[in-house]
Design a protein around this ligand. Structure first.
Ligand code: HEC
Ligand code: HEC
Ligand code: HEC
Ligand code: HEC
Ligand code: HEC
Ligand code: HEC
Length: 422
């Protein structure tokens, strides 16, 4: 009897542990929020209107979207409820076709024009009347439902690294079913056993105490089964925590966050061959490479692509005196010291060596691991560029006396803790 109960207990404990540890280890760190299906425009009354509005959406996307949103000012005003502001479809239609003529006849159009100067809405006299009717029908629907924005949290760099969450869910579901089955079987076992025991007459006092006595906690905690289970749980938790820490200590290789303006290095540094230095003015001067201020962008974008919504963001930034909030990609912890000028100017190392082929990157991403091992390895392998640098003459002479190998960064103190740690 005792052995039956014991082995059942042990079996349950292991199943429990298995589930528990699987659950812990399989947890997806960044459970992807269910992607909202692209919401269709709020349905207008009537099927014919629906079709017209649908056609209008296409016209809008092709001709208007670059300047208009529904809920936010882009270049032109937000179009939500625009038809109620005009209160007259004919006037609205005329405005969309000939906004500049409308200014002369319509005080509201004039007011709008004054407000949005120097941006102006171009004429759309090339659009067929039917298209304009369609786009007005589309405006009346209120536009697409606002999409739930995907937040880019720079804090958790290992998103998407977890197990496929659907598989995990199925696995856990299956385990749950198994567990429930076991609980059922155990309950049956208990009831059968108690019935059996209660019909027995030759039970000693000791056995009665064992069978019907209250649960004694000190005995439970002291039992070897409990201790081994507890130890195992602890070990699993510690391992899980350890893994998380290892990932969290920010190996952010490949990290490529979405930026507030889709600035493309491929276009600027690649296709137009703008020198890295032109924007990252610090690389030859000091510690930081420096992210360019808006003024550098405006050197060109005062004249190039001035109608692009992205440029409006730049102009707004100048007006409000608030810098663009670029999301930082590379970020060493405060305890480490890294200096660009030392590596680029003195060391003569190309940007690509550490940052990869930036001129090919549409979105910038972290190319190297940026770990201490990465720095140290390079210091072990790289020969110091000592020729023509008087600063190294003595060091080089000393080095060559004692060694036949070329002088590496490691030989000039590149492995000393204090060089990289304050
Ligand atoms: C190049 C940018 C640009 C494009 C393209 C553009 N608009 Fe405009 N739109 C504006 C600006 C700027 C205004 C503000 C008034 C002005 O400048 O005359 C405006 C105003 C409007 C208004 C008045 C909004 C209100 O609050 O009453 C409507 C309606 C409108 N546009 C519809 C359209 C439609 C429909 C299209 C496409 C067929 C379109 N716009 C294309 C820039 C644009
Ligand atoms: C026209 C200006 C411009 C030029 C030219 C340019 N960059 Fe950039 N760079 C930026 C801006 C703006 C950002 C910040 C936005 C971003 O991360 O995309 C940036 C970001 C970066 C970053 C990431 C910074 C971080 O947050 O860690 C690196 C690395 C970088 N640039 C390297 C280069 C290299 C290498 C070149 C030359 C091949 C170059 N850039 C040329 C403007 C420029
Ligand atoms: C030396 C000139 C120059 C500088 C400086 C410059 N750009 Fe550009 N940029 C261009 C050119 C040229 C294009 C391509 C225009 C085209 O496609 O017709 C462009 C295109 C763009 C585009 C894509 C066009 C669009 O419709 O949105 C963005 C975004 C952009 N630049 C952002 C920036 C930002 C942000 C800065 C400052 C960090 C910057 N640029 C600095 C020359 C420059
Ligand atoms: C020896 C490796 C190495 C080289 C070479 C190098 N970088 Fe970096 N870069 C780094 C590291 C490491 C960081 C992160 C610095 C930090 O977080 O303090 C960084 C950060 C940056 C940043 C982000 C802003 C900042 O300074 O923190 C930009 C922009 C950048 N580098 C551009 C460049 C450009 C442009 C060149 C070439 C002229 C270049 N880097 C050459 C290692 C390098
Ligand atoms: C691609 C190779 C390379 C990588 C990667 C690299 N370094 Fe260096 N580092 C050099 C070279 C070459 C020099 C020697 C420059 C000179 O001549 O002073 C140097 C010099 C230094 C020095 C000055 C050493 C001295 O004795 O004066 C420091 C500090 C330093 N690096 C820190 C770092 C840190 C921190 C990292 C990682 C974040 C790093 N380096 C990554 C190549 C590299
Ligand atoms: C060439 C530069 C360099 C040298 C030399 C160097 N470190 Fe580091 N160290 C780094 C960088 C960079 C980091 C940050 C790495 C990261 O964030 O993954 C770091 C991180 C650390 C950390 C923190 C680790 C963590 O998990 O955050 C410790 C502790 C440390 N270093 C100790 C030392 C000691 C002790 C020495 C001397 C034997 C030394 N370092 C020499 C560059 C260096």
């Amino acid at each position: 009897m005792k052995t039956i109960i014991k082995s059942t207990l042990r079996f349950t404990a292991y199943i429990f542990l298995l589930t528990f540890s699987l659950n812990l280890l399989a947890q997806d760190p960044a459970a992807p929020a269910a992607a909202p299906a692209a919401a269709a425009p709020a349905a207008a009354a009537g099927g014919a209107d629906d079709a017209l509005a649908k056609a209008g959406e296409a016209v809008f996307n092709a001709n208007c979207k670059q300047c208009h949103g529904f809920n936010e000012v882009v270049v032109g005003p937000a179009l939500k409820d625009a038809h109620t502001r005009w209160n007259n479809d004919a006037k609205l239609k005329f405005f969309i076709k000939y906004p500049q003529k409308s200014i002369n006849t319509e005080p509201y159009a004039k007011a709008l024009y004054e407000k949005y100067k120097p941006s102006i809405m171009p004429n759309h006299d090339g659009l067929p009347d039917g298209d304009i009717d369609a786009v007005i029908a589309y405006i009346k629907t209120g536009g697409p439902a606002p999409a739930v924005s995907k937040t880019d949290t720079p804090i958790n760099p290992v998103e998407g690294g977890g197990a496929d969450s659907a598989t995990t869910t199925y696995l856990l579901g299956a385990l749950l079913v198994v567990l429930l089955l076991i609980v059922g079987v155990l309950a049956m076992l208990i009831s059968v056993l108690t019935r059996m025991v209660s019909t027995k007459t030759d039970v000693t006092e000791d056995e009665k105490e064992y069978l019907f006595g209250k649960l004694r906690w000190n005995v439970l905690f002291g039992s070897p089964i409990f201790r081994s289970v507890a130890t195992l749980v602890l070990v699993v938790v510690v391992i899980k925590f350890g893994f998380d820490q290892v990932y969290a200590v920010g190996i952010q290789q490949g990290y490529a966050p979405k930026q507030p303006i889709p600035f493309s290095h491929k276009l600027h540094a690649g296709q137009y061959e703008i020198d890295c230095n032109y924007c990252h003015t610090g690389v030859n001067k000091g510690k930081s490479a420096v992210i360019p201020s808006v003024n550098i962008c405006l050197n060109c974008h005062n004249a190039i692509k001035t109608q692009s919504p992205n440029m409006q963001k730049l102009y707004n930034a100048v007006e409000t005196n608030e810098p663009i909030q670029w999301v930082r990609v590379h970020n060493l912890p405060d305890l480490a010291y890294f200096n660009h000028a030392q590596h680029v100017k003195v060391g003569g190392i190309e940007c690509t060596k550490c940052h990869g082929n930036v001129a090919e990157m549409e979105v910038i991403e972290q190319h190297s691991t940026l770990t201490m091992g990465w720095c140290i390895n390079c210091h072990r392998e790289t020969v110091v560029k000592a020729e023509g640098n008087a600063y190294y003459d003595k060091l080089l002479a000393m080095h060559n006396q004692s060694s036949k190998d070329p002088m590496k960064v490691a030989n000039i103190g590149g492995l000393e803790c204090s060089k990289c740690h304050y």
